[in-house]
Design a protein around this ligand. Structure first.
Ligand code: EPU
Length: 337
């Protein structure tokens, strides 16, 4: 069954909680429906955009086209051996419910990604990450439909070009051209735990180290820093953490000996954008109804009936200040529509 709505409010479909409207909103619930949609000449002649739960989107205004959403659900065990289990998961499954399901079954790999808002399809698109783990660590295949031909295409892990918050599907040339229907997740029955990010290990002291307790600790850390989008609109980290070259890094370190950083690929330093924004004195800064979150300045919040424009303007101001002070350009993790 395909659901089609006209003049549809997107309030429930974006975690900034912006009350914008789409001219049409279509939700398909099966691969058959999706194939029909992709064969429909009227649909294909329109402007359209596929969304998930909208936890990484900023609508700058009403959308004068068709917003498409997958309703494909289901978690199915497709293979299993002594060590590993392979699950085929529908793109519309709620991400954290999926994590919780795996933790309950004793299957490890994604427990550090607890409480990230969004859907399973987006986890594979965006390569969500937190506390030393990325979704791509456990993704075996991504099942998609290619818009230009309407054909099904399965991507093996290596074909997905995964890197920090990035994938083949997110690259400019491919963006919007592949609709993800299912993701094959590969989880471990004897997981190796990743406890070395931030306070994870410390908060586990005195507790048994198991999937359930790791999940609980991750939830505890997130709740202490990140606002719950159901209460205060936000899209998690607004910017990606930037990587800079050695020389540039040493130049900044002269003035800021305590600058935090991680070693990143090709000999670059990855700097927490939260620190850069904090150093610019921007915590709590507001513009209209938008504000920089006090506890984690990488998060922009809808504090008081903000518009998409206000959020975007505040983000621009952050970029300008960070560029002025550190000569570093921040890139949004959030997608503007
Ligand atoms: N910091 C400050 N001031 C602050 C807060 C943080 O200077 O007020 C500095 C501290 O040095 C701190 C560092 O920033 O050690 C890093 O902060 P945090 O551990 O909170 O992580 P992050 O780098 O800001 C990233 C991800 C988050 C993810 C956490 C945990 C990105 C863009 N963000 O944030 O992901 O949850 O690590 O792994 O990579 C998201 O993508 O939406 C998201 C929330």
């Amino acid at each position: 069954m395909m659901q089609i709505h006209e003049n549809h409010s997107l309030l429930e479909h974006n975690t900034f909680n912006l009350d914008v409207k789409a001219r049409f909103f279509i939700e398909y619930e099966s691969e058959d429906d999706l194939q029909k949609l992709l064969r429909d000449e009227y649909f294909m002649s329109q402007t359209f955009w596929h969304i998930g739960q909208g936890s990484n989107l900023l609508f700058l205004g009403n959308y004068n086209g068709i917003i498409v959403h997958s309703g494909i659900k289901g978690i199915e065990k497709v293979k299993e051996d002594n060590e590993t289990v392979w699950l085929k998961v529908g793109a519309a499954e709620d991400w954290d419910s999926f994590v919780s399901y795996c933790v309950d079954k004793g299957w490890g790999g994604i427990e550090n990604l607890s409480l990230i808002p969004g859907e399973v399809g987006a986890s594979a698109f965006q390569n969500i990450g937190a506390y030393g783990v990325e979704a791509s660590d456990c993704i075996e295949e991504v099942h998609t439909y290619f818009l230009k031909t309407g054909e099904k295409k399965i991507f093996r892990h290596t074909e997905c070009n995964y890197s920090y918050r990035n994938s083949f599907f997110k690259e400019t040339e491919n963006r919007g051209l592949y609709y993800i229907t299912h993701v094959i997740y590969k989880l471990s029955k004897n997981p190796e735990f990743k406890l070395d990010y931030g306070d994870v290990r410390k908060l586990l002291e005195g507790k048994e180290i198991n999937l359930k307790n790791i999940r609980d600790v991750i939830i505890q850390i997130r709740n202490s820093k990140l606002p719950d989008p159901k209460i205060i609109g936000n899209a998690g980290s607004f910017f990606m953490n930037p990587c800079i070259g050695k020389e540039h890094f040493e130049k900044i370190r002269k003035d800021y000996p305590n600058i935090p950083f991680y070693q990143s690929d090709n000999n670059k330093a990855k700097i927490p954008a939260a620190w850069l924004i904090d150093q610019c004195g921007l915590k709590g800064k507001t513009l209209g109804g938008a504000a920089i979150h006090e506890k984690q300045p990488l998060v922009i919040i809808n504090k008081d009936n903000a518009t998409g424009d206000e959020i975007a303007l505040l983000a621009e101001e952050v970029r300008r200040k960070v560029k002025e002070k550190f000569d570093i350009t921040l890139h949004p993790e959030v997608n503007y529509i």
